[in-house]
Design a protein around this ligand. Sequence first.
Ligand code: IVH
Length: 659
Amino acid sequence: MDDIIKRVLELTNNINKWNYEYYYDDKPSVSDEQYDAAVIELKSIEEKYPELKSKNSPSSRVGGYVSEKFEKYTHKYPMLSLNNAFNQDDMLTFRKQIDIEDFDNSFIVEPKIDGLSLSLIYSKGILIKGVTRGDGIVGEDVTNNVLVIQDVPQIIKNDDEYFEVRGEVYISNSNFNRINLERKSSGLVEFANPRNAASGTLRQLDSNIVRKRKLSFFAYEIIGTSLESQSKKISTLKKLGFKTSNLIESANGIDDVMNKIRIIESKRDKIDFEIDGVVIKINNVKFHNLMGRTSKFPKWAIAYKLASEVSVTKLIDIVPTIGRTGKVTYNARLESVRLAGTLVKNATLHNSDYIKENDIRIGDYVSVKKAGDIIPKVIGPVLDRREVGVNKWDEANVCPGCNSKLMRLGNDVDQYCLNKKCELRKKESLIYFCSKVAMNIDNLGESIIRDFFDRGFIRKYSDIYKLDNYSSEILSIKGYKDKTLQNILSSIEISKKNSVERLITGLGIKHIGPKAAKEIASYIKNLTPSSKLNLEDIRGIGEKIEKSWNSWMKIDDNIQEIIELEKAGVNLNYISNSKSEKLSGLKFVITGKLNNPRTYYVGIIESNGGKVTSQISNSTDYLLIGKDAGSKLDKAKKNNITVIDEDNFEEIITKVSRP
Ligand code: IVH
């Protein structure tokens, strides 16, 4: 708990400091992604431990500061912020919360311009005030500067005593580049990004400078009008002479909203201004009033943050890890950062040469990129942010697991731990054995395998199949419930029935990956402890693989392992998975808590030609239910769809083959 309190304090201090830098100084020291990551982490801790949430937590502030430089102005209506969505699930949650009976599913999807919000107050058609958001309640009166923004009309055709328009002030990318070039040649510090340039400019005391820098303005809101929809507001703003973004789209339903988000995202690098997201608003204003607001944001709108593909964050440590073959991979431990929609704390640094060539050092700010969508990688240091005292990095000389000297093989750039008894290597081999490409024991994840290895429950492959001997020890470990253990044991049980190529893959024999394993399995048909083979005839199998296989088969410990695995009931036969068509044309929906993972049932249904869908429709043939089946069961009953439980399912599938 002490650690958690420490983390809350650290996050609170950081966020407060970053807020100040962002809103007051216009000089943020961290990227938006790093800021978002800290807020998300703080919120999730506060959700779990509400007692740690202070009244002044930065997680519940609208954000923003009021400077002393300008006259203060109290907004007639507070200028709220927007709640964030980061993925489709967040959007579905947003949609679910619109619990309105006659909701028409009509949304307006607008680009979220990365500038700063501005309120314009007109009286009898004349612009009388321009005010920044400030802290949302009190803003700064920047009228003099607003009067020199060309996109802001000073006279509009409107007779109201009070008429307020809101929108975003920004600096176009081309303008931003021009300003920075000028600043550079005059020896001035450049602006970090267009948003900072816009914010710094709008809050200049000399409006001549503002005029020269050329701010732009997009309007997106009229306050206190009787116009019935957001689309009407946008068209009215246009008619009145305001600029509105031409990327605005209307959408019908959340699927369509997601399409429109993608359309706006695809135009992101073709437009001359920065957008950091997409704002989704319910179109009909009558529903805005029904939905209401929290103290921070309206419930009828949400900002879908567009993911950045590259983020900058601090490199806390460089840690060597040892793979199952003994190869060393260096990993970066990072200050957490949001990257392409996920929170990232670790990234790969490949090998020692990569780190040295790119002069990456512990303590550097580094750019991190999503590589092939899955594993993030460190691209390199941000050199102008390198601090004093950040020293050159030295490669590891010994294995962190067994202390044996790391070696390079021939001209290989990689370092290796060559000790076959190295415990780190053994753990990695077990993880690979259980992985998706091999035995696919999906409830026995990496951290559990490491834990069970350290406790001595699993030291070699065959121990996995004797894990039930340790049931009572496992149940006495904190965090292991009966259900967790049952899930682990049941996925181990299922894996016994795998066709033998999965086992061959899992054994991790050098040069024999899933493809070669399949060729070998379909040729030998069954694995025996004496499977010394002449593999010449097998397609795609060369001398290298044959040698590797035969020398592996000569080692007593390996033969003993095969005997043990067989004794434990692991299948050593090749099961051809040519597809059956026995369930062809039948559609299944699966719901509730079942005894096996969902993938088990999907596998059986699909390998017999059936289909699994997520929603019940008129064409559904069977609803397979487990415990606590909910609304789908009601729907199936209403639609006269055959409901089956696991026993019925077993009966049906005994007539068909398993995958
Ligand atoms: S609507 C109460 N629409 O995003 C809702 N905001 O994170 C008010 N922003 O403070 C905002 N483009 O500065 C809205 N098309 C857009 C926007 C937009 C940018 C900014 C605005 C707001 C912030 C919220």
